[in-house]
Design a protein around this ligand. Structure first.
Ligand code: C5P
Length: 135
């Protein structure tokens, strides 16, 4: 049996001045559509995780940040049906612009302790406890 391919994904816990965290809804037609994720996406070949996250935040939310504003927080790995996901989460408190869903995806700001009861992708859920202890 072939091992599952590994997919590296980076995501951000964007924290606002009130200590709330931004979640983005996964669009219809995509894997896990309708769940609320820490925004981010795949690390492309040859990219550093930080460069990938800066690009994803620009493409998905229209905001700009820089590597020095991305603090590695925690990671998780999860075996989805067709691939094994390694998800790295960064805390980000400083960016330029106002996040908005570039592809029309809905956004919401939530207190970290409220994330436990939100329908998040299975790879994201194990990150909540560590994030709650950090912020
Ligand atoms: O967003 P994109 O489709 O590029 O993400 C690649 C994969 O990573 C998807 O299968 C998605 O479900 C997963 N993912 C996740 N948690 C995130 C971001 C992406 O499980 N915060």
């Amino acid at each position: 049996m072939n091992p599952l391919p590994i997919r590296m994904v980076v995501a951000a816990a964007l924290i606002d001045r009130d200590g709330r965290v931004l979640l983005a809804e996964r669009p219809a037609g995509k894997h896990l559509a309708g769940t609320w994720e820490f925004p981010g996406g795949k690390v492309e070949t040859g990219e550093t995780p930080e460069a990938a996250l800066i690009r994803e935040l620009r493409e998905e939310l229209g905001i700009e940040t820089e590597a020095s504003c991305l603090a590695p927080a925690t990671f998780a790995s999860h075996a989805y049906e067709h691939f094994h996901l390694v998800l790295m989460l960064y805390v980000c408190r400083k960016w330029q612009g106002t996040p908005h869903g570039h592809d029309g995806q809905r956004l919401r700001w939530e207190r970290v302790n409220d994330l436990f009861s939100i329908d998040m992708p299975p790879a994201d859920r194990p990150l909540i406890g560590t994030l709650a202890a950090l912020i």
